[in-house]
Design a protein around this ligand. Structure first.
Ligand SMILES: Cc1cc2nc3c(=O)[nH]c(=O)nc-3n(C[C@H](O)[C@H](O)[C@H](O)COP(=O)(O)OP(=O)(O)OC[C@H]3O[C@@H](n4cnc5c(N)ncnc54)[C@H](O)[C@@H]3O)c2cc1C
Length: 396
């Protein structure tokens, strides 16, 4: 198998210009707001700046004003955008909008694209994705889905309880998962619905107080309460929701990895600078073996994470499901990024714990990635099952 990793010259150029934009325009704003943008004014200002710099919406097709990057191209550009906590927001490649755009490009009708994809790609509106439910509903195991959609004249009535829905506050629409056939525990029977958030049956109950704060619009608990939608609200085909979730999740996992790899690299850069100057025990910190080990382990984790992302992206670009490769890359990256930021903080000593630099903020932001997009344990479980199945098939 031959795998080409180097980006084409136009993609390499876009990645270089993205890195420059992040350094010159985004990081000063990030430092001013401690990595958390809460106001529309900041979001609009950053997006306008990204448009002017020609780096906006690199993922969507040119007909939507983007650069139409494939997954390997995204890996190069998103890592640069992810070098700042506010970079993905500026480029319009933050979760959950980015994954929703990918899904809409793949599945939506022409009318749905005009109504939802175009304004989302332009950065004029925001969206969310509503799958997870409080226990005993859908979580690591999506088949536990309890939210129901029942046929009514002219459309559907949706009822259910969701939580941890990122970006719901201020979103214009959600892609909601509801069961249209079967019972909780069945592996099929889910459908995706496009629901406008001004629908009287869409109710935001509360903002959930969480460890992380960077993802725009927070994480909300919400209700579909007798939520009536027309037939044209169905995204794709009825009962195919779990299949479409995979269309969104495989690439979505990888784009999260790319963005967080950018933050991991930044953490390493932040730590190496003081290590190169701080003197103790008659030498520079960077010349003491245990500090060198942490710096080297960070480099190893960064290189390995990038390699696994690229391998999975290559498979996705070939049109494969890449289920095993994306699970492996996601598990490794989520844990590696945590290790890298944690080691970087350790190298900086008490400065790392302080708010004077952003490492403690990074640490809080990367921790949930070991849970969303599939907890590490769920991925390890499926990775092992596939490995055993492969051996069994080979033995037949
Ligand atoms: C910051 C954040 C943002 C999120 N944003 C969204 C969003 O926008 N939309 C949305 O729909 N959801 C969102 N989620 C929800 C996320 O997808 C779920 O948290 C995730 O799927 C896990 O489900 P759960 O929290 O219900 O955990 P549970 O399913 O209750 O799992 C609990 C624990 O069980 C363990 N476990 C899981 N599988 C196995 C296994 N096979 N073997 C052994 N142990 C296992 C893991 O340690 C796991 O952490 C978000 C979550 C977070 C934390």
């Amino acid at each position: 198998m031959s795998v080409e990793f180097s980006p084409e010259p136009p993609v390499a150029d876009l990645a270089r210009r993205t890195a420059e934009f992040i350094r010159e325009t985004v990081i000063p704003v990030e430092e001013q707001y401690r990595g958390v943008a809460r106001s529309e004014k900041i979001r609009v200002k950053l997006r306008q700046a990204a448009k002017e710099a020609g780096v906006f919406a690199p993922h969507v097709g040119t007909e939507c004003g983007g650069h139409g990057l494939d997954m390997r191209g995204r890996a190069a550009v998103y890592e640069e955008a992810g070098y700042s906590l506010l970079g993905p927001l500026a480029l319009n490649i933050a979760a959950p909008d980015e994954g929703n755009m990918h899904l809409l490009e793949a599945v939506a009708t022409a009318d749905q694209k005009t109504r939802y994809l175009r304004p989302l790609a332009a950065g004029d509106i925001r969206s969310c994705f509503a799958m997870t439910e409080p226990a005993p509903g859908a979580g690591s195991d999506p088949s536990a889905l309890t939210t129901r959609a029942a046929r009514v004249p002219g459309g559907w009535r949706i009822d259910g309880h969701k939580w941890f829905i990122t970006g719901a506050d201020g979103a214009s629409f959600t892609i909601g998962m509801a069961r249209t056939s079967g019972v909780p525990g069945d592996s099929g029977g889910a459908t995706m619905f496009l629901v406008d958030t001004d629908n009287p049956g869409f109710k935001l109950i509360r903002h959930i107080d969480t460890l992380d704060e960077n993802l725009y619009g927070g994480h909300a608990e919400l209700l579909f309460d007798g939520c009536l939608v027309a037939d044209d609200a169905v995204l794709g085909d009825v009962d195919k929701g779990f299949h479409y979730a995979q269309v969104r999740l495989g690439p979505g996992r990888m784009t999260h990895c790319m963005r967080w790899l950018g933050i991991a690299r930044r953490a390493q850069d932040i730590a190496v600078d003081p290590a190169a100057h701080r003197r103790m025990f008659g030498s520079r910190l960077a010349e003491l073996g245990m500090a060198q080990q942490m710096i080297a382990d960070n480099e190893i984790d960064i290189a390995a994470a990038r390699g696994l992302i690229l391998r999975a992206c290559w498979e996705l670009d070939q049109g494969h499901s890449a289920a095993q490769a994306t699970s492996i890359a996601k598990t490794f990256c989520a844990e590696a990024v945590w290790r890298i930021v944690d080691r970087s903080l350790q190298i900086c000593g008490s400065l790392g714990i302080s708010g004077d630099i952003l490492l403690s903020r990074f640490l809080r932001e990367v921790r949930p990635f070991r849970i969303y997009d599939g907890p590490s344990e769920t991925h390890r479980w499926v990775i092992a099952r596939r490995a055993v199945r492969q051996r069994e098939q080979a033995a037949r």
